[in-house]
Design a protein around this ligand. Structure first.
Ligand code: ZN
Length: 241
């Protein structure tokens, strides 16, 4: 919907646009569409309470014109842990034709989120992909318990995993989670191609018994449920003002 429209035209169908942003083109004010139309504010002790902020917004901008903006990609910049009420977030959004960057966050715990939108893109500035060696070691130790394989064999397997992970570009991984305290770092399991090669390496490095247990861990835990790959992405805002 590239052409701005009045609030009266959007409101009857607003429920369909849960999570989208209404941007007033007259004064650049933004409201996030929520099915409940309620956004929490936090009291001094951190207790969330609800306020109906859509009514206030629609009254203040009754005769103005609006763009409806939807998130247009996975790019995200986030300042703090996601659970932190003070975290600031930037996303790329679009009205179907033009790209904008929206940033939102609170200036104080007892304030509602404030939004700012401007034309622009989010560009990937850096991407670092690495293996969480602590998790890797723990899984291998658990698989071999109560025995322990020589550390040099375990290190060789980890090194192989690192080399394989380094050869695959970031879009070859499917993140299943993010670091709790730094959501700019996503967590992914090992893709099938890496699992297959790591399996071969385990079979060649370890005894038959050990390899069998390690292959189970590689093909089940590392492939489907325990994310051992950490992908850190940092973006910059390419403003078009
Ligand atoms: Zn307005």
């Amino acid at each position: 919907m590239p052409h701005p429209v009045t609030l009266g035209r959007i409101t009857p169908t607003l429920e369909r646009f849960d999570g989208a942003f209404l941007c007033c083109t007259d004064c650049n004010a933004v409201h996030r569409v929520a099915r409940s139309d309620r956004a929490p504010v936090y009291a001094n002790d951190g207790t969330p309470t609800s306020v109906d902020d859509f009514q206030k917004f629609s009254t203040a901008h009754a005769d103005h014109r609006f763009r409806l903006l939807h998130r247009s990609g996975d790019a995200e910049m986030i300042s703090h842990a996601r659970w932190d009420p003070m975290c600031r977030i930037a996303w790329e959004v679009s009205d179907g034709e033009n790209s904008y960057v929206i940033t939102f966050g609170r200036s104080d715990l007892d304030r509602t989120r404030e939004y700012a939108v401007s034309p622009g893109h989010m560009k990937l500035e850096s991407e670092t992909i690495r293996v969480d060696s602590e998790v890797f070691h723990r899984l291998v130790d658990e698989a071999l318990f109560p025995h322990a394989a020589p550390p040099r064999k375990i290190d060789a397997l980890l090194e192989k995993c690192r080399r394989l992970v380094a050869t695959l570009p970031g879009d070859g991984y499917e993140p299943i989670d993010e670091l709790r305290d730094d959501p700019n770092v996503q967590l992914a399991c090992l893709p099938d191609a890496i699992v297959a090669e790591l399996r071969v390496e385990a079979l060649s490095l370890f005894s038959r018994d050990e390899a069998q247990r390690l292959v189970e861990v590689i093909e089940q835990d590392l492939r489907t449920s325990i994310p051992v790959v950490l992908i850190a992405r940092h973006y910059r805002i390419d403003s078009q003002l």
